[in-house]
Structures are given as C-alpha cells and as structure tokens.
Design a protein around this ligand. Structure first.
Ligand SMILES: *[C@@H]1O[C@H](CO)[C@@H](O)[C@H](O)[C@H]1NC(C)=O
Length: 467
C-alpha cells in the first residue's frame, strides 16, 4: 500500500511532467486566449477588435478567484471581442508585462483599436471582477463602423461605391448591437455595413423586409439583394457575408475553429459560446424559407397577365401546424383555415377556392421578386388542428366558411382577415391585408393562452444585456 507521502510525491512529479503551459492558469481548452510577448502584437495590438487582457501570475489567489468569471466573460464575448491573458510569471513574457506597467496581479487592461494601426488605446479596467461587468465594459468599447441610415439618406449611402458589397441590418432598435459592430469589423474594408429602423417604411418596402431584425446583403453593382434568414449568430452570418467578400484575417472569434475539422467539439468554449448570441437569436428571426419550387419560379410574365401560381403548401396534420406556426419561436404565418366539407370529398366552396388562389398568387409574386415574405399555408378542416385553432381564437361559429388568419407565436399576436359583407377574397383585398401586416400597420389581437405549444426547455440565459 502506498504511503500518503509517496502519493504526494507521485502527484508532484506528475505535475512537474506536464507541459509548460499547464503552469499557466488557463488550459488550452479555455475560451481565454493565451497571449505571450511573441504574439501580443499580432493578436492584440494589430487587431481591429477590442480586447481585454489579464496580466496575471498563476500563484496569485485573486487571479485564481477571477478565473471562472473571466472564462465566462470570454464565452459571452466569443465572436464579439477578445478575452486574453498573459502569464507574467513566465520569463519570456516579463518584458511585455513590464512595458504594460503591470505592478500587481491581476491587472486587467482593455485595448481599443485606434485610428493608428498597431497602437490601440490602453485603459486599466477597474470595474467589478464579475463576468457581467467585464462583458459590459468591453462591449461598450467595441468600435462602431456601422452607419445609421434612414429613408432620407439611404439612397445616398447606397450610391457610394456602388460596385462594392454592402449589408443593411433592419432592426426595431435604435442602438447598434455588439454583434453587428463585430461583424462590421470582420468585414472592415470589404463590406460596408449600415442599419436602419423598421419605421423607415420606404426602405422596409423596397427590400421586402417583413420580420425584424433582418439582414440584407447587396452584392454590389446590379446584382439582386439577398435577405438573410438564418440565425442571427456570428458564424452563420460570416458565412452568409462571405458570399461577397472574405472576412479579415484577424482571428477575433473563437468560433470559426469549430467549423474546421479540429474535432475539439467538446470544448466548453465551442459548444457553450453560442448560447450568448443564441439568446439574442430568441427574439430574432425564425423565418421560414419559401418553398424552393416557388422560389425558383421563372421571372417571365408581365404582372397583368394572370399567372397560374403554384398552390401554397398545406399543413395536413396537427404536428405540421404546430411545427410550422405554433412554436414559441414561430415567426409570422398566414393560414387559410378551410371549411368543413358538407360531405366527404365534396369540392371546396368557391370563397375558399378564391382565398387559396389569391394567397398563392401573392406568394408567387413575392417569390418571383425574391422579396422575403412570411409563409402561407392552407389548413384542412379535418385532422389538422384547424378546429382547435378556431375554438381557441373564438372562430368556431364560422366553421363552414374559410378563414384567413395571420399569427405570430414569437410575438404572441394574431389577426383575422375581414372579407367584408360580400365575402371578398380577391387578390387585391387579400393583398392589402397582407401588406398591412408586412408594414406592421393595423391592430393585432393578443394570442390567447394555449395556442402556442409549450416551449422546449429554455436555454440558460446569457448574463449580459442586449447586444
Ligand atoms: C483591419 O482592417 C483593415 C481594413 O480597414 C483590413 O485591411 C485589415 O486586414 C484588418 N486587420 C486585420 C488584422 O484583420
């Protein structure tokens, strides 16, 4: 049996055998970037991104205490700014620590890029040593290269450098999020980025934006714009924007590594970091992409010729209806609740047929113009959840008639199309109703409880504020 002392000796010799960088506080898997005298200029001083750097010594108790909060800050700032640490106990780093005027451990400094490349503004961070406070201070210092535009000056902004790619974020907010600021930095010099508010209706209409926030990419020149409808997360947006230009070489985000085949899948850095922006994505944009066969429709006929539009999709089952439109994250859906047939296999009554044709034509028109529009579906009366929906919304009375409704699970509202006394389901009338929804006009009713199906288990809340 081993004596306690020899066990200790064994541990000690094992520790001594570990590679040198295990002497530092942060392991290779840590989301905190380990910076040395050698790579400081490349990773921090020459970066276009803001960094926070901790100068520490591994034996220092306050440094050890800071570690969990600092790693959490690093996860939350993933893709937005750099969170780094320099081990000042390592002889090789001592000149750097001396040059930075480090006199005690830990010393935290925020480096904000300035106009002079390689010469960031350096400030001591003296705030709380909590993840939240650190994240807040760093986010405040992320440079803003995002131009705020309005209906008035949009054209002017668009006409600058007409050939060069641009991206516009349509948002309900007046502030510029850390995410969009970080993206503008990644594409500094190649993609110009602007943001515009949802109330700028000319622009909203021009680009056919229906859900906010939305990111519109203009490849430049005569090329058609593209609306991004993926998750509002750093990595997929980088991929989206990379269609037109490569991002700058600076490795600010830790995320791109995930994509490579490095097989470091299990690192907490990679898997957890997405939650921060995820949390933002919650209120962002689960927009359905239109049926590809509709999207690819040829852009041929002049508008006045009636186009035989492909019919809109059907949600035949309760599950399909719930999955497409009744989730807590569902964006706007337009549903034509079909009437109960008078007898099995009976033809639909003509108002229902007219409603379907109108919706199909409107959807087709938008698909041809490639303007983004929320999805339209028909919901048959039987076995589809239509009856439950009618009951829940107080529409049970009219089960013999078609009912067109719009609802948005995420925002918790719904609207009912009013066909007027003469059961008008013409394209014109339906389309003006749709347009009002697109522009956020008119009144919305609150979705009664129980319509939206229960949320999946929530993700843990991020611990910093609105980006
Ligand atoms: C910083 O931005 C400039 C454009 O202003 C770009 O050319 C350069 O590559 C960027 N630097 C890094 C390290 O990404």
């Amino acid at each position: 049996m081993m004596q306690p002392t020899s066990a200790l000796l064994l541990v000690a010799s094992l520790l001594a055998a570990l590679p040198a960088n295990a002497d530092g506080l942060y392991t290779k898997k840590s989301p905190v970037i380990q910076v040395t005298q050698k790579n400081y200029d490349q990773l921090i001083a020459n970066s276009n991104h803001t960094s926070i750097v901790e100068f520490y010594a591994p034996w220092c108790g306050h440094c050890q205490n800071l570690k969990p909060a600092y790693e959490k800050a690093a996860k939350n700032l993933d893709g937005l700014a750099k969170v780094a640490a320099v081990n000042c106990d390592d002889d090789a780093n001592k000149p750097l620590c001396g040059r930075m005027g480090v006199q005690g451990f830990p010393t935290l400094k925020i480096m904000t890029p300035s106009k002079k490349p390689g010469k960031p503004r350096v400030e001591d961070y003296r705030g709380d040593r909590s993840a939240k406070a650190i994240v807040g201070a760093v986010v405040d210092r992320i440079p803003n290269h995002v131009k705020k535009v309005t209906d008035k000056n949009l054209e002017e902004w668009l006409s600058q450098d007409e050939e060069s790619p641009k991206a516009i974020l349509f948002t309900e907010k007046g502030t510029t999020s850390a995410l969009i600021r970080a993206l503008a930095i990644d594409f500094l010099g190649s993609v110009k980025v602007a943001q515009i508010r949802n109330k700028e209706t000319e622009a909203v209409e021009k680009f056919g934006v229906t859900d906010f926030p939305a990111l519109v990419l203009l490849p430049g020149g005569e090329k058609e714009h593209v609306v991004y409808d993926g998750e509002l997360k750093k990595q997929p947006i980088i991929e989206f924007l990379s269609q037109v230009a490569a991002p700058n070489p600076d490795p600010a985000p830790a995320k791109p590594k995930d994509k490579s085949t490095k097989s470091s899948k299990s690192t907490t850095a990679g898997s957890r970091s997405s939650t921060v922006i995820d949390d933002q994505a919650e209120n962002l944009k689960p927009t359905e992409s239109p049926d590809p066969k509709v999207e690819d429709a040829p852009e041929s006929k002049p508008a006045q010729v009636p186009i035989p539009a492909p019919p809109i999709d059907t949600l035949p089952t309760v599950e399909a209806l719930e999955a497409a439109c009744l989730q807590p994250k569902s964006g706007t859906c337009v549903l034509a609740l079909l009437p109960e047939p008078s007898e099995p296999d009976a033809d639909l009554p003509s108002p229902a047929k007219e409603a379907i044709v109108s919706l199909s034509e409107i959807a087709h028109k938008h698909a041809v113009r490639k303007s983004h529009l929320f999805p339209f579906y028909t919901v048959p009366a039987i076995n589809s959840g239509a009856q439950t929906l009618r009951n829940g919304l107080g529409l049970a009375e009219g089960a013999q008639t078609v009912e067109i409704i719009a609802l948005n699970g995420r925002r918790g509202w719904w609207r009912q199309y009013d066909p007027s006394d003469v059961a008008d389901y013409s394209v014109t009338r339906v389309e003006s109703w749709i347009d009002a929804i697109r522009l956020g006009e008119g009144s919305k009713a609150k979705l009664p409880d129980g319509i939206v199906v229960e949320a999946e288990p929530e993700k843990p809340a991020a611990d910093h504020d609105e980006l």
